[in-house]
Design a protein around this ligand. Structure first.
Ligand code: NAD
Length: 373
């Protein structure tokens, strides 16, 4: 099977879909791997390292010619893919709701496109879960970036010149990114609290040594829906949550927001009047910036100052840790391809459950239920 690894073309994308380690492993499975010149440069991987691992290096056209599987971080432009084998796989984070035209073009070109972010959250697919691997790093980076622009230290310090008190960090949304943000802020010595709409997270927050901040005794809370994801909350709950957050947030130095609801815009968790109650010099990192933001006033890729509070949001947080984000993403792709590798077929053959979950286009048509009707 011929596998092509492209250089990413999206602005600000620093990651790459394969590393020398995964190239070596793909070759051991029986694949032929071709990597586009310069594909790994922004992730600190030289062409020569891929070559040593056994890959052929070439131009996009050389790499893609006759390729049966194309690996990307983001979906490659359809015009680039003209020379690939008929029905070739395009495996990447395809962002189909925002990139619908591109998905339609894959269909028209007869490509089989597979959206890695649709991987079901089931035990056997954990090692292929790109949302988890990238969110985990994003949660870490959100804390580090906040600490960097915060004008004070995180840990309590007792010095000859006097004592510095510990920073208070509040994490809103305790999924994969939020858990890592809590752990990272704790390691830096901050006093950490956290909240979520899913009651199950309370224990996880405590087990990391942080304080849970939860709305109690409000009717109509479900919180947890299909696949362990959050659901939209009742109006009553939202009001109670806003009040609780208002009184808590005024005492915080750093707020990290990570709340997402699948298939919807990110919920608004912090309003401008709430920001006005925070101390000058405080920092908010909005990890939901690419989905519209949890915080009023977030502008992706800028540090916005409102009421003396700095608001940060990146459009692509994992891309700020290119080497590790690529290493984990590339392993997710390898784990996926190798789990389905069929020696007789000489390549991967998907089963029904995972195939139906991630396949967007096939045989000239858009086939994913979430994109139809
Ligand atoms: P996510 O990125 O979809 O959302 C981040 C967090 O924000 C979630 O915890 C969500 O409950 C929370 N949130 C949503 N609305 C909120 C609001 N109004 N206020 C406060 N918090 C709010 O979440 P995720 O990191 O993808 O995790 C989602 C679920 O998937 C979790 O239950 C997680 O344990 C589970 N999971 C399972 C697997 C697996 O089994 N393979 C892998 C990863 C995650």
């Amino acid at each position: 099977r011929r596998i092509a690894v492209l250089r990413e073309r999206a602005p600000g994308e620093t990651r790459v879909a394969a590393t020398p380690e995964t190239v070596r492993k793909l070759i051991a499975l029986g694949a032929e791997v071709r990597v586009e010149t310069g594909a790994g440069v922004s992730a600190s991987i030289a062409d020569a390292d891929y070559q040593t691992a056994g890959a052929m290096i070439g131009s996009a056209a050389e790499v893609l010619g006759g390729a049966q599987i194309v690996l990307g971080v983001q979906g490659p432009g359809p015009a680039l893919l003209q020379g690939v084998a008929p029905g070739a796989w395009v495996v990447a984070i395809l962002d189909p709701f925002a990139q619908r035209t591109q998905i339609d073009a894959y269909a028209a070109a007869g490509l089989e496109s597979l959206a890695m972010e649709f991987m079901p959250r089931i035990t056997r697919a954990q090692s292929m879960d790109v949302l988890s691997s990238q969110s985990n790093l994003a949660g870490y980076k959100a804390v580090i970036a906040s600490a960097d622009v915060y004008g004070r230290a995180f840990p309590m310090m007792m010095t000859a010149a006097g004592t510095i008190s510990a920073a208070k960090v509040f994490v809103m949304g305790v999924g994969v990114a939020g858990l890592q943000a809590i752990a990272t802020a704790r390691r830096l010595g901050a006093q950490v609290s956290a909240t979520d709409v899913r009651a199950a997270t309370k224990e996880q927050i405590q087990s990391l040594g942080a304080k849970p901040i939860f709305v109690e005794n409000v009717a109509g809370i479900v919180g947890e829906g299909a696949g362990g994801y959050a659901t939209e909350m009742s109006e009553e709950y939202q009001k109670a949550q806003a009040e609780l957050v208002s009184s808590h947030i005024a005492k915080q130095d750093i707020v990290i927001t990570t709340a997402l609801i699948p298939g919807r815009a990110a919920p608004r968790l912090v309003t401008d009047p709430q920001i006005a109650t925070m101390k000058p010099g405080s920092v908010i990192f909005d990890l939901a910036a690419p989905q519209g933001g949890n915080v009023e006033g977030t502008v992706a890729d800028q540090i916005v100052e409102r009421h003396g509070v700095k608001i940060i949001g990146y459009s692509n947080t994992p891309a700020h840790l290119p080497a590790d984000a690529s290493a984990l993403y590339a392993r997710n792709l390898f784990n996926f391809l190798s789990a389905f590798w069929d020696q007789e077929a000489g390549g991967p053959v998907l089963d029904v459950e995972i195939g139906e979950a991630i396949r967007l286009t096939q045989s000239g048509r858009v086939v994913h239920p979430r994109l139809l009707g």
